[in-house]
Design a protein around this ligand. Structure first.
Ligand SMILES: O=C([O-])CC(=O)C(=O)O
Ligand SMILES: [Mg+2]
Length: 225
């Protein structure tokens, strides 16, 4: 008997200019200017990410039972090119949510990243044919296909709330998510922080990095001196 699968309407596409500005930043910068709240700790790159690459795109959200990928298959069929698949699967690492076949299909559907709060499998095939893939673990035990699930609804990945169409950023440090309504503001603040970190880096290289604040923050004690 068919199982229920609520599918909410797709979100409007973000401005391409915003996506390219975010791609020039990093997850660390974004989470720093967002009160260190933007991350989904424990969801890390598994395959497909080139050094220095930053994956950016609007979220295609999916909620499924841990270890079950029936609705994930449907979500990939419904993907809009440029989206990042975000699967809330309860963070369970004892069964894979997707593997090489679904990964190759996701690439064909134009998804630019796969983010799973749960495990994946078929690493060789994912590396070969899937978009950059982020997960909490790897497990060769395959998924059930029983449902139920929900597509493009609100989800929680590693404790972080994600709405369909929120901006997902994923790089070597993990995954960050910017709520859609705050995207312009957070991007501008992260660009400003990038600029100030570049200046600090130049000072480090020149040997002139200001350490004065450390003197103020610490009362150095030297026993026996
Ligand atoms: O069986 C599945 O649906 C998951 C999998 O291994 C694949 O996508 O290759
Ligand atoms: Mg497989």
């Amino acid at each position: 008997m068919p199982v229920p699968c609520v599918v909410h309407p797709a979100s409007p596409a973000p401005a391409p200019e915003l996506l390219s500005r975010l791609a020039a930043l990093s997850t660390s910068l974004v989470s720093d200017v967002f009160g260190r709240w933007a991350g989904a700790p424990g969801i890390m790159p598994v395959t497909g990410l080139a050094p220095g690459q930053v994956v950016v795109g609007p979220a295609l959200t999916v909620r499924t039972r841990p270890g079950d990928n029936l609705v994930v298959h449907k979500a990939v069929d419904l993907a809009v090119p440029g989206e990042v698949l975000v699967v809330a699967a309860g963070g369970a690492n004892d069964r894979a949510i997707l593997g090489g076949l679904l990964g190759a299909h996701a690439a064909r559907r134009g998804l630019v990243g796969l983010v799973v709060d749960g495990a994946v499998r078929d690493l060789t095939e994912l590396r070969e044919a899937a978009p950059p893939t982020f997960a909490t673990g790897v497990c060769h035990l395959g998924p059930y296909k029983d449902g139920p699930g929900e597509i493009r609804g609100p989800v929680s990945i590693a404790g972080l709330a994600v709405h369909d169409g929120d901006l997902v950023m994923a790089d070597e440090d993990g995954v960050a998510v910017i709520p859609r309504a705050l995207a312009d503001e957070v991007t501008a603040a992260a660009e400003k922080k990038a600029h100030s970190e570049q200046q600090e880096r130049a000072a480090i290289d020149a040997g002139t990095w200001d350490r004065g604040w450390l003197e103020e923050a610490l009362e150095i004690q030297t026993p026996g001196a």
